[in-house]
Design a protein around this ligand. Structure first.
Ligand code: F6P
Length: 344
């Protein structure tokens, strides 16, 4: 009987539990696997005692719509540089052997995939990867689950902020997630009708922002919604400093002291809660594909959405370049076409 382990690593994303559920239902329920859930990413395979528990349909009810991950996760669990200061790569392999686990399904972002890839290359651990990030910046797949749910959260927040901004003639600056890429800001901003969207890929210029705010005032719309990605930066600066919304607010106040400005930082609201219907379907497709890859012995592959089809691609692709918003791409053009100011 095949014995497979599954773990979730890095920041959580809505849909992780839906992947686990699909692997339980298909792998255990239909393919007859033994499935072990590893707790807190690779930590469960390094810590003493090991933290691994058997997953069966009976103890995995209600996972489709549940946010977070029932297995737990951490982004400080690199076994090659573990918290005790030692390299435990070899221990992961040994512990899997002790537990009788043939291979691992690793659900995570680029950091987790880098670890998985290294475990496979340096210690021969058989791995199948499932990509996850709300940022949607993994180059290997057209889309990751969690992203649409995060975008829904931004759109919903903008709908709410719209009415209060309009009532008070205010400018509300909304900071959204996206560590290195502006996909959440761009999609969420368009969906929520933002007037200005500031992306890391297009450094902002206060003169253009002020021009847009002034233009809206002259058009009889003296309120505005500004979406700023957490990694956006002013023109002329080399890299993001953090405090993305604060910097924008300071610049607006400096250029237009008469404008009443407020800030909302959405933060982890974008990561928590139930996956939307789209992410439930995508996560289920990813989980089923992961089982198929294991069944076919295609260790070393990553599940990916390519041109609307879920397929397996070499895991190494997941650790290559991340994707960012193309400043000359279709969505940027669409945003501009509907009057959004996008920075420089
Ligand atoms: O990569 C996902 C993400 O939510 C980013 O958008 C954000 O920068 C980061 O994780 C936040 O990480 P943490 O939860 O560790 O603060």
């Amino acid at each position: 009987m095949r014995h497979v382990g599954i773990l979730t690593g890095g920041g959580d994303a809505p849909g992780l539990n839906a992947v686990i559920r699909a692997v339980v239902k298909y792998g255990v329920g239909q393919k007859g696997w033994l499935l072990s859930g590893v707790e807190d990413a690779f930590d469960g395979l390094v810590s003493d005692p090991l933290r691994v528990r058997r997953l069966v349909p009976r103890n995995c009810g209600g996972l489709l719509q549940r946010g977070g991950t029932v297995l737990g996760t951490t982004n400080r669990g690199d076994p090659f540089r573990w918290k005790d200061g030692h390299d435990h790569g070899r221990d992961v392999r040994r512990n899997l052997e002790r537990l009788g686990i043939d291979g691992l399904i690793v659900v995570g972002g680029d950091g987790t995939m880098r670890i998985a890839d290294r475990l496979m290359r340096e210690h021969g651990v058989p791995v199948v990867g499932v990509p996850k990030t709300i940022d949607n910046d993994l180059g290997a797949t057209d889309l990751t689950f969690g992203f649409q749910s995060a975008v829904d959260c931004v759109a919903d927040a903008l709908d709410r902020l719209h009415t209060t901004a309009e009532s008070h003639d205010r400018c509300i600056v909304v900071e959204v997630m996206g560590r290195d890429a502006g996909f959440i800001a761009l999609h969420g901003g368009i969906a929520g009708g933002a007037d200005i969207i500031l992306l890391p890929e297009l450094p902002w210029d206060i003169a253009r922002i002020a021009h847009k705010l002034d233009q809206r005032k002259r058009l009889g719309r003296p309120f505005s919604l500004v979406v700023v990605a957490e990694s956006a930066r002013p023109i002329g600066t080399a890299e993001a400093q953090g405090r993305a919304a604060e910097l924008v607010v300071e610049a607006i106040k400096g250029a237009m002291p008469e404008i009443d400005v407020r800030t909302t930082v959405l933060g982890h609201l974008q990561r928590g809660g139930s996956p939307d219907a789209f992410d439930r379907v995508l996560a289920t497709r990813f989980g089923v594909c992961a089982v198929d890859l294991v069944e076919a012995g295609r260790w070393g592959e990553l599940v990916a959405l390519r041109d609307s089809r879920v397929v397996g691609v070499p895991l190494a692709e997941a650790v290559r370049a991340n994707r960012t918003v193309d400043p000359a791409g279709e969505l940027v053009r669409v945003a501009r076409a509907v009057g959004v100011e996008l920075g420089a």
